[in-house]
Every structure is written in structure tokens, then in C-alpha cells.
Design a protein around this ligand. Sequence first.
Ligand code: FAD
Length: 123
Amino acid sequence: LVGDECPPDSQVLGRATWTFLHTMAAYYPEKADTKQQDMMKSLLTSFSHFYPCGRCASHLRGEMSRHPPPVDTRTNLSIWLCQTHNKVNVMLGKDEFDCSKLDERWRDGPKDGRCSWAQDIEY
Ligand code: FAD
């Protein structure tokens, strides 16, 4: 009940935000056209200014200026996000995620089909 009534803390917000970012990348076009690339660049830039955790946003802006997000393909964007998330994981003392498992985690689900109920997202 508390989870539905109280504003999110940085953990809840972080988890929900990564879910959004990785899922968005998982459904990004295999080959994005110029307009789609511009929109994604603009979304990520705006996001890095308005994400409501100052030190997280500042960390992301630093990362984006050192390693600009590749917005040309679904695979490149997904891997960049995975690597960026892994840098945060390392900073927080968490395990790194295996980026070869991205599609299984965020789009297709495990091969045994136990998550097939979740596959109701369309692009
Ligand atoms: P999360 O790290 O939120 O991960 C959620 C799920 O994503 C995991 O259960 C796993 O299945 C999957 N996952 C994990 N790693 C990857 C990966 N590399 N690629 C794909 N999937 C993965 N917190 C701070 O304290 N300091 C910060 O500076 C900070 N910066 C952040 C910057 C951004 C842009 C965001 C979105 C969040 C940031 N956070 C920061 C929050 C932090 O990353 C976590 O979201 C929070 O600590 C909750 O962690 P969690 O263990 O629930 O899992």
C-alpha cells in the first residue's frame, strides 16, 4: 500500500526508469532514420537534464559527453544503455549485467516461455 501512496525514493525511481530506458531501446528501430535519430538524441539529452535525481543526472550528462549515445540502430543504443547502466552498477558496488542477455531480459523473455504473459508490447 505504501508503495502506491508515497512518492518514489531514488531506488524505486531508478528501477522504474531503467525499465523504461532498456525497454524503449529494445523496441527502437533496427535501423533508425534521421528523424528518429534526432528525436532519440533529443529525448536522451532532455532526460539527462530533467531526471529528478541531481547526482544521477549529472553522472549521465558526463557519460553522454564522454561517450555520446549511438542512436543509429536498436543494437547500438541497447548496448550503450547496458554499458552505461553497468558503470552505475559498478559505482554502487552491484554486479555487472551480461549485455548479451539484453533481449532476453527486456524484450523476448526466457526461452522456456515463463514470461510469455508479459509480451503484450508493440512498437
Ligand atoms: P537497477 O539497477 O535499477 O536495475 C533494474 C534491473 O535492470 C535489474 O534487476 C536487472 O535485471 C536489469 N539490469 C541491471 N543492470 C543492467 C544493465 N547494465 N543493462 C540492462 N539491464 C540491467 N543511484 C545512485 O545511488 N547513484 C547514481 O549516481 C545513480 N545514477 C543513476 C542514473 C540513471 C540514469 C538511472 C536511471 C538511475 C541511477 N541510479 C543511481 C539508480 C540506480 O541505478 C538503481 O536504479 C537503484 O539503485 C535501484 O537498483 P536495483 O538493484 O533495484 O536495480
